[in-house]
Design a protein around this ligand. Structure first.
Ligand SMILES: [Zn+2]
Length: 133
């Protein structure tokens, strides 16, 4: 008899695939950490063809941001690409940096964030914590 194991099925499958873009600094002018936000990925948490999550840091002011990218494939219009950035405290960033497994990111759902999609940039009250499910 096969027993469903909820713990095992919840484990994250972190992909080893390395996105070249992750290693490059990227100017993100709409962020408000300083005058010239240039972000670099410090730690990649999750990456698939359609979603990714990463801890990023501004190279100019050292502020940490939680970066999320999500692509919803649509058959009617162009693919819907959405990017979120949420400002993190140093403590939150350290927790993410030091965690071996997927850290608890539930606080992101209530963290004021920047959201960028085909319509432009707007400020939202939080970002989704699990867009790929
Ligand atoms: Zn900055």
């Amino acid at each position: 008899m096969k027993i469903w194991n909820p713990v095992k099925s919840c484990l994250y499958r972190l992909r080893k695939k390395k996105d070249m873009k992750d290693n490059m600094a990227e100017a993100v002018p709409y962020l408000d950490c300083c005058n010239q936000p240039v972000l670099k990925t410090v730690k990649s948490l999750y990456s698939s063809n359609h979603d990714s999550e990463a801890l990023r840091q501004c190279q100019n002011c050292k502020r940490y941001w939680f970066y999320r990218f999500s692509e919803y494939v649509s058959y009617i219009t162009d693919d819907d690409l959405t990017v979120w950035y949420s400002s993190l405290t140093e403590e939150e960033a350290e927790t993410i940096l030091n965690s071996q497994d997927m850290p608890d990111l539930s606080f992101l759902s209530n963290r004021p964030s920047f959201m960028k999609d085909a319509e432009g940039v707007k400020q939202v009250h939080g970002q989704p914590t699990r867009p790929w499910t």
